[in-house]
Write a protein that binds this ligand. Sequence first.
Ligand SMILES: Cc1cc2nc3c(=O)[nH]c(=O)nc-3n(C[C@H](O)[C@H](O)[C@H](O)COP(=O)(O)OP(=O)(O)OC[C@H]3O[C@@H](n4cnc5c(N)ncnc54)[C@H](O)[C@@H]3O)c2cc1C
Length: 450
Amino acid sequence: MSPHPVSPAPVPAPSFHGQSPHIVIAGGGVAGLTAALALHAAGFERVTVVEAAPAIRPVGAGLNLMPNAVRELDALGLLDALEAGALRTRELRYYHRSGGLIAREPRGLGAGYRWPQLSVHRGHLQQVLAGAVRARLGPAALVTGVRVSGVELLPGGRPRLFLEHRDGAVRGRASLEPDVLVGADGIRSAVRAALHPGEGCPPWNGMLVWRGVSRMPARAVGSFMLIAGDDRQKAVVYPMGRPTGPGREVLVNWALARPAGAACASAAERLRGDWNRAVPVDTFLPFYDGWEFDGVSVPDVLRAADSAHEYPMVDRDPLDRWSHGRTTLIGDAAHAMYPVGSNGATQSVVDARALAHALAHHADPAEGLAAYERERRPVTTALQQANRELGPEAVIGLAHARAPHGFTDIHDVIPAEELAAVASRYAATGAFDPRTVNLGSPYEVTVPTA
Ligand SMILES: Cc1cc2nc3c(=O)[nH]c(=O)nc-3n(C[C@H](O)[C@H](O)[C@H](O)COP(=O)(O)OP(=O)(O)OC[C@H]3O[C@@H](n4cnc5c(N)ncnc54)[C@H](O)[C@@H]3O)c2cc1C
């Protein structure tokens, strides 16, 4: 997809007190690993990612990367590796619970973007990123099995972080004083907790989310992303790979949301928000009885699941400050949002590139972090708020409110202009409309050759 139209002037090799600053990234998820790659591409030589999990394993289900994130991953030279295990999302369809089609939107190249939108397993994305970090920055740049347990800000803004690690059966503790600390440690970030003590658990809206992956014949799931629902519950289903094998099977991602209700265990337990909390499909299968949309049967998809995971619908309240001295936040640690509108991983990738660009253009890292925050915090705050109002998926609630029993022609219920306005307003909120994205990456850093 390169070359990019923007060709910025070279910036001097980043240095702080005469040497390349040591940047520690807490968390080796999508945000942390992309940040390591972006910083390396911007000329930073000493970057270390510390990840609490003992190994980078392909956990989670699927996610969508929108063209603005794919543009940045392309600029990092990762598009081919990513596409080898992903599927281009070409169309999104919204359905009324009764089966009626509310809207269909072309996505990615079909919507006029220069980059595709990708449906991908989170595990594949994380493996591609982790592989590139180890290959480009060296194996020692990604340390697993080490948890950041606390952070202190020293006079002058320098961070001190406390680490806990496990070496076999032996637990160890250590501390480190890098030049810059980036908190990329997700929705329950230890770095964020140190900067904003007393914030507590992520707020919960009372909905539960069930996620999983199924393997099914391609013809049973169509080639589009489906989002269907009514005033209570919704279902999202999409394929995320090309058909393989004699059965022409594809990997299918699905996610469901529904109020927890009285049957739910204690809210406190749900709020742990453990991504690995497995539950039987039968827990929620009956709620989706009869949900079928243009030949895609949601119950059939659920019955074909390898496993199912339950998660509370939690996000974070927007912060009025991410950066304190030489410590900042990116990704979910900075702005966890409801899984609506494909923005969780997308915005994390954009953060990572914006952070590297800002640090490369400021001799003082604290000024670089402040510049990064000035650019990214307003956009992601607007998206967090828009997602609390269900973002582009609000059309489902609108259709249900105006026609609870269904419709013959959606335009009798929601005029075409009103439908289009919901989608374009959301795209404008996140600055990911095709015209803006197609201008090319604003985060290219040209590093002078030695
Ligand atoms: C296991 C898991 C499964 C997920 N599955 C899905 C999914 O199926 N679909 C979806 O849309 N989104 C999923 N997400 C969330 C999604 O990845 C994020 O919303 C988005 O990609 C933003 O990424 P992030 O890097 O900011 O946060 P995350 O992806 O949450 O990554 C944070 C990383 O930091 C590590 N970490 C946490 N605390 C510490 C600490 N104290 N010290 C060091 N490391 C720490 C975590 O182990 C994790 O690797 C999942 C997240 C996780 C952690």
